[in-house]
Design a protein around this ligand. Structure first.
Ligand code: PLP
Length: 377
């Protein structure tokens, strides 16, 4: 038992990955052109139900590129959730704009639509929604606010491959969206990202900026009209991506089933709350995330994490809120404003091992360990 180790996530390469990678290697197409790049973009766009997609080097650059395509620049403000991964906020900073934080809602842990309007100023240009841990944001009120104030919507959909809101996939719920294919994501390419949109102008701007602002067509010259970025993605990684998208629906089903089993096995413990699913939403359960009520369970989150670690089970705390980030305090981006929900989520949230191919035996072992720890708390 002592030697057991269950990592918080492992990539699952369960299909044609090596076949396609070898093909890319054998043909010599290992850089940012090649059939797998084109195919991966096409397949992922179809999967999301959007017209266009372009690969990028990672999820953070996908968000940055999305903002760039929307024309976000110095002096602008972008509304983002306080409870998110740092990439969402950093990407806004890269454009020179200011991220303006909005607290989460307590039920599903996404941005609270009711708190958005009070943060809008004449500088606000966009709202960034981040679909946290696999659950789509409540888009209807956000669409209304964006329409009323003439704001763009960018989705940080890094964690929500295949999640749905009223039958529509994340990545197709705003003007432009960003995905990550980091090793812990439902579909992975090791490192990687994608920008999706239905707007031809936006995708062309994204393609232009991602490749150092080389003109999209015509003779290759070395004359550049704008400052661009080198966010290209390789055909070798795209080969992995194609194999992953071929199986993505199976992988989503596996994550959902794993989460279901955790809930069943832990349902008798009062004080553990898994991320719920809002009506008309499909949560893909990117991670097996839960809140621990220390008054009911008798154990604090950190103590539970430590004891699980002693049993060889790796976990992760929830995101550290944006308003508390030293990087932002240093530059005066935060005030004394309270963000009680994101503070609460951070202080009490933990996610359990969440890999797609987590075995039933591992889920039972983890659930058993939690029972024992809480019993003796
Ligand atoms: C919400 C969110 N946004 C952005 C990212 C950044 O993705 P990447 O690590 O591919 O840059 C992540 C990564 O986990 C994320 O969870």
């Amino acid at each position: 038992m002592k030697n057991k180790f269950i990592p918080v996530c492992e990539p699952y390469l369960g299909g044609n990955e090596s076949k396609y990678v070898n093909d890319a290697l054998n043909t010599g197409w290992i850089s940012s052109s090649g059939k797998y790049v084109d195919l991966f973009e096409k397949m992922f766009a179809e999967f999301c139900g959007v017209k266009y997609a372009t690969t990028v080097s990672n999820g953070t650059s996908a968000i940055h590129l999305g903002l760039k395509a929307l024309g976000i620049k110095q002096g602008d403000e972008v509304i983002i959730p306080d409870f998110t991964m740092i990439s969402s906020a950093f990407a806004v900073c890269y454009t020179g704009a200011k991220p303006v934080f909005v607290d989460a809602e307590i039920d599903f842990w996404n941005i609270n639509p009711e708190l958005i309007e009070e943060k809008i100023t004449e500088k606000t240009k966009a709202i960034m929604v981040v679909h946290i841990y696999g659950h789509p944001c409540d888009m209807k009120p956000i669409w209304e606010i964006a329409k009323k104030h003439n704001l763009k919507i960018i989705e940080d959909s890094a964690e929500t491959h295949g999640a749905e809101y009223f039958g529509k996939k994340c990545g197709n719920l705003g003007d432009i969206a960003a995905f990550s294919f980091f090793a812990n994501k439902i579909a992975t390419t090791g490192e990687g990202g994608m920008v999706t949109t239905n707007n031809i102008e936006l995708i062309e701007r994204a393609r232009y900026y991602k490749n150092l602002c080389f003109p999209l067509s015509g003779e290759r010259s070395y004359i550049h009209e704008d400052i661009g970025f080198q966010y290209r993605f390789s055909n070798v990684q795209a080969a992995i991506g194609v194999a992953q998208v071929e199986k993505i629906n199976d992988y989503i089903a596996m994550r959902i089933n794993n989460n279901k089993l955790f809930r069943e096995l832990l349902s008798d413990i009062d004080g553990l709350t898994f991320q719920p699913v809002k009506e008309n939403c499909k949560n893909v359960f990117w991670v097996n995330a839960m809140l621990i009520d220390k008054n009911k369970t008798g154990i604090e989150r950190d103590n539970l994490a430590k004891k699980l670690s002693d049993a060889g089970i790796q976990t992760r705390n929830f995101f550290f809120p944006m308003h508390k980030q030293p990087a932002f305090i240093k530059i005066g981006l935060t005030t004394n404003e309270s963000f009680s929900v994101s503070d609460y989520l951070y202080e009490n949230g933990l996610y359990l091992p969440s890999g797609t191919n987590l075995s039933k035996e591992s889920i039972e072992y983890i659930s058993d360990a939690i029972h024992k720890i809480i019993k003796s708390a």
